[in-house]
Design a protein around this ligand. Structure first.
Ligand code: UDX
Length: 466
């Protein structure tokens, strides 16, 4: 095996996916240019500052020197590139479909900058509707023809499976890499791009050691449409696995079983697997809500229903309502009560509040006339922005108090809802919290605590499914 071949890579979009991928590829030894339209982001990135809260990205960014540069000018950047990765956003349209306008705009700009006589590999990383690779190919061909430029463009779909908060880990130590392409050359290029990962020949970053027992990941090569489907099917399956355990959790509450015990009992069956069986307020974030909606929208195009995926979504929103109903019962109504929300991020380890269960719970509480206070170790600013333009049905302003100290949250409150299982919440002094409250009711929306410990501290404990 020879030394790694350093390729010239352009990554379009410096969001979670684009930035993590760019940083990883530069770390592996490629020359990477990250492209973004947002001048503020570019300024930060050029100063070596990560615009996203993602473990390790900041450290790597600062260490890559000339291997990673940033620009706002896509067409100028792509000329000399070997590989161009598209990692721009695909927000949901009204009907749930993933909106590819930014992907297509990027493809157009790329085509404007390609040089005659060169060969390029265009890799689509953005989560796009099934069949989008064909559209991108078409858009690019049209522009190249208009320009009279003969350049070879090979297109590959390369979906990502990065978890926020673990994005670098998932990027260095993936379970698998999927590439969908119609010609073998494109597959070969992607294989070369990821070779150090596929062979695990890179020196791990100090803060991200190779996990014990981790072997080289398989490369799944398939057609582009199947690659796109793999992405959606993976996310839909994970989402419905969580919804399944949440559905069972509700029944556990009725019959007096403990869902954490049930999850352990079924998870040890290797056909089921233990992960993604944590009952709670349900899933949020930038992927599961959007991708399940998009999959249903794809089905609709073909008049094909996806009742299992639909049910996963229904159960997921019911989880939020059920938490509020528990409060209503425990407090005999929430109107005029003061409820403290512990955790606003859609999961721990991130400042992302997109589709966060916490925000849904807050909305439901505000609609029912409760006063809401909220705490999060890192997501306060994002949550404030997300809730800023919320109004009641009659147009009144809704106020949420954002507090930096969980004990202030508890002071005189009627109930606490733990919505995000931040590790630091484990160290809360529960006795002190309980003493501060008007009525010590604790809704543990993530089953973070042992019920007994919370009860001993003086709380009424209400978990999920136990
Ligand atoms: C997910 C996928 O894991 C990733 O592969 C894909 O590329 C993008 O979507 P992410 O959205 O970052 O990643 O978060 P993830 O860790 O998967 O959690 C998603 C949501 O499910 C969170 O709100 C989390 O709190 C919730 N969850 C997860 C549960 O409620 N129970 C579980 O057992 C696991």
């Amino acid at each position: 095996m020879g030394p790694m071949e350093s390729m010239k890579v352009v990554v379009v979009g410096t969001g979670y996916v684009g930035l993590t991928t760019g940083v990883t590829l530069a770390y592996l030894g490629h020359r990477v240019i990250g492209v973004d339209k947002d001048p503020e982001k570019l300024k930060r990135l050029r100063a070596g500052k990560s615009p996203i809260h993602e473990a390790g990205v900041q450290e790597l960014l600062a260490s890559l020197g000339e291997r990673l540069a940033f620009t706002g000018r896509l067409s100028e950047a792509v000329g000399q590139a070997d590989v161009i990765l598209i990692a721009v956003g695909t927000p949901s349209k009204q009907n749930g479909e993933a909106d590819t306008r930014y992907v297509e705009a990027a493809a157009r700009e790329v085509a404007e900058g390609l040089l005659p006589g060169r060969a390029y590999c265009l890799v689509i990383k953005s989560t796009v509707p099934i069949g989008a690779n064909r559209r991108v190919a078409h858009v690019m061909e049209r522009i190249l023809t208009e320009r009279g430029v003969k350049a070879e463009v090979r297109i590959a779909s390369n979906p990502e499976f990065l978890r926020e908060g673990m994005a670098l880990y998932d990027s260095f130590y993936p379970d698998r890499i999927v590439v969908g392409a119609l010609d073998a050359e494109a597959v070969e290029t992607v294989r070369r791009l990821y070779r150090p990962i596929l062979e695990q020949t890179f020196e791990p970053p100090a803060f991200l050691p190779r996990p014990g027992g981790y072997g080289p990941p398989p490369l799944i090569t398939t057609d582009p449409t199947s690659a796109e489907m793999i992405k959606y099917a993976a996310n839909a399956f994970l989402a419905l696995k969580i919804s399944f355990i949440n559905e069972i959790a509700g029944l556990c509450e009725k019959v007096g079983a403990d869902v954490t015990e049930v999850a352990r009992g079924i998870g040890l069956d290797s056909r089921i697997g233990a992960r993604f069986l944590k009952a709670g307020l349900g899933w949020g974030g930038s992927c599961f809500p959007k991708d399940t909606a998009a999959l249903i929208a794809v089905g609709q195009e073909y008049s094909y229903e996806l009742p299992i995926v639909e049910a996963a979504r229904t159960v997921n929103s019911r989880q939020r309502q059920r938490a509020v109903e528990k409060l209503q019962v425990a407090l005999k109504g929430v109107r005029g009560r003061t409820i403290g929300i512990l955790g606003l991020a859609f999961k721990p380890g991130t400042d992302d509040v997109r589709e966060s269960p916490a925000l849904d719970v807050i909305r439901l509480l505000l609609e029912r006339g409760a006063h809401v206070r909220a705490h999060d170790p890192v997501a306060l600013a994002n949550a404030r922005a997300a809730l800023a333009d919320m109004h009641g049905v009659s147009g009144e302003e809704w106020e949420v108090e954002f507090l930096e100290d969980p004990y202030q949250l508890a002071d005189g409150a009627d109930a606490l809802v733990l919505a995000t299982e931040w590790g630091e919440y484990r160290n809360l002094n529960l006795e002190r919290l309980a003493r501060l409250m008007r009525t010590p009711v604790f809704v543990d929306g993530r089953n973070l605590f042992a019920p007994e410990a919370v009860r001993r501290a003086g709380f009424t404990y209400l978990g999920v499914g136990r």
